[in-house]
Design a protein around this ligand. Structure first.
Ligand SMILES: Cc1ncc(COP(=O)(O)O)c(C=O)c1O
Length: 398
């Protein structure tokens, strides 16, 4: 037996490539935000998380370039030792203020943020209660905690099902330290956590609450402050997490909450301490994006109106768009092959979406994930709807 045997036997992806239906790792040649060049053709991009279109904003680009000129291209070390810039700390203050928390801490990716915060906070005596469809980085944070602690007390509840959450909570030792972890906006289907009910249950069962708002900040709430603002619930969310790879036009992430909790995470989180810090250009891009969101909340409203329009129009065409309340609009198909076929035909028509199959969604719920940007024009959206109508009819989905 050879450790590489599994690699030699992995043929599924190669078969899909040979059949011309493999939709993953597709290289982009030019990226203009809502329009990209792929396979030598201009394509309308509705598969990106660049919700506010800020990666193409000249002010954000200029801030990133200036930061490189001033600080170089890398911090060349961990935050803990030589890799903290004043810029990191400025950004952390601005972010804490933005989400109404005492303190914030930046990590080099959103994935590492969940890994670091969760693996640091969760010990073997704690009970963690999570939505089954939470992002993989939350589960990986829990698995990392389990690896460090050699045990884990993890309970899952059915997606956004408050009865089930109550059932799970009621079975946990009332004296055990506990925390509920949930996404704010669920990344695959664009539905929202039922935050008021979660908060009520957290209070009743004395659990802390951790919300991953990767797809919420810059997207939800009148001024883009996310799921907390959408529900006007702030203090009851103990920890709020977000990435910079979506609305903030960069790479990295942060966790915010009480100063003592953030201070603790800062001193024990392995993904922070044993990994190099966010590079200067990335910090500067987030700082500028944050400034734009604060000064121009109308771009958030524009994004929200685009999401509303597309949900409405897709539904009117007869597509199943699930429970989305955001600019992430799933087109639920339910069959993997049909999903790949739909993806391919749309791509040939010049529209890029993300095909999502199990385990990212339940096996009978494969879907095309569409997500919109504040910078899509009405013309882009009309073309998208036309193509969906044409291809949806051709393959018998509508
Ligand atoms: C809900 C959620 N949390 C965390 C992450 C990880 O963020 P990043 O890709 O910026 O590392 C993602 C990214 O896909 C996400 O969707």
């Amino acid at each position: 037996m050879d450790i590489f045997d599994k690699c030699m036997k992995f043929t599924r992806a190669k078969e899909a490539i040979e059949q011309g239906i493999y939709p993953y790792f597709k290289p982009i040649r030019d990226n203009h935000g809502p329009r990209v060049v792929m396979d030598g053709r201009e394509i309308i991009m509705i598969g990106s998380n660049n919700y506010l279109g800020l990666t193409q904003d000249p002010r954000v680009q200029e801030a990133a370039i200036k930061a490189i000129e001033k600080y170089g291209t890398s911090c060349s070390g961990s935050r803990f030792l030589n890799g903290t810039l004043e810029l990191h700390e400025e950004l952390e203050h601005e972010l804490a203020d933005f989400v109404h928390k005492e303190a914030a801490l930046c990590f080099s990716t959103g994935y590492q943020t969940n890994l670091g915060a969760i693996s640091t906070l969760v010990t073997k005596d704690d009970v963690i209660i999570t939505d089954k469809t939470n992002h993989a980085s939350i589960f990986d944070g829990l698995f990392m905690a389990a690896g460090i602690q050699k045990s884990m007390n993890l309970k899952r509840f059915r997606h956004n099902d408050m009865e089930d959450l109550k059932r799970v909570l009621s079975q946990v030792d009332p004296d055990a330290p506990k925390m509920i972890i949930t996404d704010g906006v669920f990344s695959m289907e664009g539905d929202l956590v039922k935050l008021p009910q979660v908060v009520e249950l957290a209070r009743e069962y004395r659990a802390r609450l951790y919300v991953d708002d990767a797809h919420g900040l810059g997207v939800m709430g009148a001024t883009g402050r996310g799921t907390q603002e959408h529900f006007d619930i702030w203090d009851e969310v103990d920890l709020i997490m977000c990435t910079f790879s979506k609305s903030f036009a960069s790479l990295g992430g942060f966790i915010a909450g009480k100063a003592e909790v953030i201070h603790y995470i800062k001193h024990f989180a392995r993904p922070l301490i044993f990994s190099a810090s966010m590079p200067p250009a990335n910090i500067a891009a987030v700082k500028k994006s944050l400034e734009i969101i604060k000064n121009e909340p109308e771009i958030v409203r524009k994004l929200q109106r685009t999401g509303e329009k597309m949900r409405h129009e897709f539904k009117a065409l007869g597509f199943n768009t699930g429970e989305s309340e955001t600019p992430i609009v799933p087109i639920v198909i339910g069959n993997d092959m049909k999903t790949f076929q739909f993806w391919r035909m749309l791509f040939e028509e010049g529209v890029y979406t993300n095909p999502v199959i199990s385990p990212a969604v339940p096996p009978d719920r494969s879907l095309l994930r569409t997500s919109f940007m504040a910078t899509h024009t009405d013309n882009d959206l009309d073309i998208v709807l036309d193509k969906f109508k044409k291809v949806g009819k051709q393959i018998g989905i509508i």
